[in-house]
Ligand binder design. Structure first.
Ligand code: AMP
Ligand code: MG
Length: 305
C-alpha cells in the first residue's frame, strides 16, 4: 500500500526553564535511537561527559535489538532454540517490564518486537500491513512466553522478539544519575529524546520548571525527578487522514487508537516513569487507574491530556 505522507517529528517535546546562565556546552550525543543532551552546567567536564557517553553505549549494547551482538539481540536470535545468559541488571529491567505486563493484562508487552517491525513506524519502510500479516505476527507477542530462570532468558517461540523501546531510556537515566552522584555533580538536566531527568538543586532551592508540549500548564518538580512522556505526536505516520502512532495495542496488533495526545509520568525512578508513561498512553486514564492505581508510589504523578 502506498503511503501518502510520512511524518517523523523529532521536535523538542519538553521545555525546561532552568533559570541557569549557561557557561559550558552540554554533551549532545546520538544514542538509544535518539538524540541525547546532557547538561551538567558548570560541572560538565570532559571526564564526566566521556563517562556518560560510555555508559549510554554500554546500555545500548545490552538493550538495543538493532545491535546484533546486544544481549537483547542474542535472546531474540535464540528464540525457540536456547536460553541466553545475561547480566543481573538486564534481568532486573526485564522482570520489571514483565511485572507491568502482568498488571496491565498484556497491554504493555516487551515482546511486541515482531509487530513493531511489521508496521515499521518511524522508519523508511513504514506501512499499513495486511490483516493476515498482523494476525500472524500478533501470535508472537506474549509476555507469558518469556522464561527467566536464574540469569537465563528464553523466548519459547521462534521469531519472538524483545523490544525495549518503551523501557531502556528510562533505565538509562537511572544509570546516568548514579554517575552524576559519583562525580558530585551539583545540577544536571538529562534529556534522552524527551525523557527528562532533572538532577540536583537550582539556585535558591527553586523547583525545576518543566513545560510539556500539548499540555498547557508547566510542572514544578524537585531534583531527582524523571519526567517521561508517551504520545502519538512524536513518531507516527498518516495515511488517508488516519494517524498511526508507534505504540501498539498487542490485542489488535495495530497502533493504539487513542484520543489522548500524550501522557506524562513524574517519578523518582526513570525506569518506572518510562514504563508507566507507555502504559498510561496505551490504557487511557480510567483503565490506567483501574489496573495500576494501587501500584503507583506516593510521589508519582501521572498526567493525561
Ligand atoms: P515510549 O515512547 O516509551 O512510549 O515507547 C514506545 C516504544 O515502545 C515503541 O517505539 C516500541 O518500540 C515499544 N512499544 C510499542 N508498543 C508497545 C507495547 N504495547 N508494550 C511495550 N512496548 C511497546
Ligand atoms: Mg516508555
Amino acid at each position: 500500500m502506498k503511503l501518502f505522507k510520512s511524518i517523523f517529528i523529532t521536535s523538542v517535546i519538553i521545555f525546561i526553564f532552568s533559570g541557569c546562565a549557561q557557561k559550558k556546552s552540554p554533551l549532545v550525543i546520538e544514542a538509544m535511537n535518539t538524540v541525547c543532551t546532557i547538561n551538567a552546567f558548570n560541572d560538565g567536564n570532559k571526564k564526566l561527559y566521556s563517562e556518560i557517553s560510555n555508559e549510554l553505549k554500554r546500555l545500548e549494547n545490552l538493550f538495543s535489538r538493532h545491535i546484533q551482538t546486544s544481549a537483547a539481540s542474542l535472546i531474540n536470535q535464540n528464540a525457540g532454540k536456547n536460553p541466553v545468559e545475561v547480566p543481573d541488571e538486564f534481568i532486573y529491567v526485564l522482570q520489571t517490564a514483565l511485572e507491568f505486563s502482568k498488571l496491565t493484562e498484556g497491554q504493555f508487552d516487551p515482546t511486541i518486537g515482531p509487530v513493531v517491525d511489521l508496521w515499521g513506524i518511524g522508519t523508511s519502510h513504514q506501512q499499513i500491513p495486511e490483516d493476515l500479516e498482523i494476525l500472524h505476527k500478533k501470535l508472537l507477542v506474549d509476555y507469558r512466553r518469556v522464561s527467566v530462570i536464574d540469569n537465563k532468558v528464553f523466548l519459547s517461540l521462534p521469531h519472538m522478539s524483545l523490544d525495549f523501546g518503551a523501557i531502556a531510556k528510562g533505565y538509562a537515566s537511572d544509570c546516568l544519575v548514579k554517575i552524576l552522584q559519583d562525580n558530585n555533580v551539583k545540577k544536571c538536566v538529562i534529556d534522552l529524546g524527551g525523557n527528562i531527568t532533572v538532577f540536583g538543586t537550582k539556585e535558591n532551592n527553586l523547583p525545576w520548571k518543566i513545560g510539556i508540549k500539548n499540555y498547557d500548564k508547566y510542572l514544578e518538580v524537585d531534583g531527582g525527578t524523571n519526567i517521561v512522556t508517551s504520545g502519538n505526536y512524536e513518531r507516527y505516520f498518516e495515511q488517508d487522514g488516519k494517524f498511526f502512532c508507534h505504540i501498539i495495542n498487542p490485542k489488535t496488533g495495530r497502533p493504539v487508537d487513542s484520543n489522548l495526545k500524550g501522557a506524562t509520568v513524574c517519578s523518582k525512578s526513570g525506569l518506572r516513569a518510562d514504563i508507566l508513561s507507555t502504559c498510561a498512553f496505551i490504557l487511557g486514564e480510567d483503565n490506567f487507574y483501574n489496573l495500576l492505581g494501587n501500584y503507583l508510589l506516593q510521589d508519582e504523578k501521572v498526567l493525561f491530556y
